[in-house]
Ligand binder design. Structure first.
Ligand code: SF4
Length: 434
């Protein structure tokens, strides 16, 4: 049997089925099809790339942290044993530990989380647990870094599996962004500055390294999330004539387009080309310069999937994440952050059919939490975020039991020389809130 189920197959039985039948059918399909047979591979395999899932073909940085093999007892433990060991370690640690779970984590992890949310919600949640000496972040590397920047000096941030990175964040590295910045500064150096504005303000998406958050903090810029990107761009345009937006081109383009900025004023910056592959005049005329980065999970969504959902479920409400390509956001009814998607479904008072364009673990969890609605993922081929998926319960059990034994493993520490500037960039974002 083919491991891939087409979108047409996915909906063959659904038009006349009940809501319960639809959910059962969709969940069944979810277990039958995935974007890669590698998703069934061992969680202990050392990845040669970004591993199973949508981002498996993304380039892995040479200096990416490597997760050492953990003790055999975790590798051999059954799910039940890991469950008991995690529960016992948590009980022993009490308020000394707080466990944070991102929306895109698998259920086996989320069930242990004290807080579930997006990256910034979780970093802020940690701040409310001052007694916690250890913040165990079940998410990806940049999230743990952000928690380390915002948390107290007495708190240690732990990422259960060091191989849990974000391929989008890694698409913009410090040296490439600095090169881009130097080229732009050279290009704009003779520009009329009588308006008192900077030629360009750097804006980095939360999904970026601490090094880049520090870069924007040092250069008059700030951080944005998928919830506040428009507010942040407005802040930047009050202070600058242009914005350099990285790493996600789609969030930048979708946000700027919604603000009325023309596509011709949003050139794409390819980091390996001179002037990012652009004519100087195009960069002179630009309003938002978009870094050539993307999320491999969200770029899988297509307008054809939305058309098929509308054909199969007349009246379906289509909500997608703004990391999706512009054509997908244009074809959807709404676009918003993970928190926006959750809140929109939560606020629906009548039974509604939702087609959602974001990571599958979150969509499946919403479908289970809101059984009065029919909720399914726009992409019938299952593609979890492959790096989020690396936080297996075995790693969680390991880091917690090490804490019980008085040892800290997998601590994420942002270098001191980045802490201050990165915090400035985050604080500017908070101050920019409407
Ligand atoms: S879903 Fe995309 S942006 Fe989010 S962590 Fe995974 S690769 Fe990164």
């Amino acid at each position: 049997m083919s491991t891939e189920t087409t979108f047409t197959d996915a909906f063959l039985l659904d038009s006349s089925a009940s809501v319960a039948q639809n959910i059962t059918r969709l969940n069944l399909l979810a277990t039958e099809s995935s974007c890669s047979k590698d998703l069934n591979s061992s969680p202990w395999d050392t990845p040669g790339g970004y591993g199973p899932g949508a981002s498996q073909d993304d380039e892995i940085p040479a200096d990416y942290p490597v997760q050492a093999t953990i003790p055999e007892s975790y590798l051999q433990a059954s799910d039940e044993e890991l469950d008991q060991r995690i529960a016992a370690a948590r009980e022993t640690l009490g308020e000394r530990v707080v466990i944070l779970g991102h929306h895109y984590q698998r259920d086996e992890i989320v069930k242990y989380a004290d807080y579930i949310g997006d990256s910034f919600q979780l970093a802020n949640a940690a701040l409310t647990r001052d007694k916690a000496e250890a913040i165990v972040f079940c998410g990806v590397h940049f999230m743990a870094e952000t928690a380390d920047i915002l948390s107290g000096d007495h708190q240690q941030v732990i990422l259960p599996n060091l191989a849990a990175g974000c391929s989008m964040a890694d698409m913009a590295d410090g040296p490439s962004v600095q090169r881009c910045w130097d080229e732009l500064m050279e290009l704009y150096k003779d520009e009329d500055s009588s308006d008192g504005k900077a030629p360009v303000i750097p804006v980095t998406y939360m999904n970026s390294s601490a090094e880049l958050k520090a870069f924007v903090g040092r250069n008059g810029g700030l951080v944005c999330t998928s919830s506040n990107a428009a507010t942040v761009l407005e802040w930047a345009f009050e202070r600058g004539r242009r914005v350099l937006f990285f790493p996600d081109q789609h969030l930048g383009r979708n946000t700027a387009k919604a603000m009325g900025i023309g596509l011709e004023q949003m050139p794409l910056w390819s980091p390996r080309k001179e002037l990012g592959g652009n004519e100087a005049q195009v960069l002179q005329d630009a309003k938002v310069i978009l870094w050539h980065g993307f999320c491999s999970v969200h770029k899988r969504f297509t307008p054809a999937q939305i058309a098929k959902a509308r054909e199969t479920f007349p009246g379906v409400r289509v909500i997608v994440h703004p990391e999706c390509p512009m054509e997908v956001v244009d074809a959807a009814d709404e676009a918003g952050s993970t928190e926006y998607i959750r809140a929109a479904i939560d606020a629906a008072t009548e039974p509604t059919t939702f087609a959602v364009g974001t990571e599958i673990n979150m969509v499946n969890r919403l479908a289970a939490q809101y059984p009065q609605h029919t909720i399914f993922c726009l992409d019938p081929v299952i593609c979890p975020c492959s790096t989020m998926y690396r936080i297996h319960p075995g790693y969680l059990a390991w880091v917690l039991e090490e804490l019980v034994a008085g040892r800290t493993v997998n601590q994420i520490t942002v270098p001191k020389d980045q802490q201050g500037d990165a915090k400035i960039a985050l604080e500017r974002m908070l101050a920019a809130r409407p």
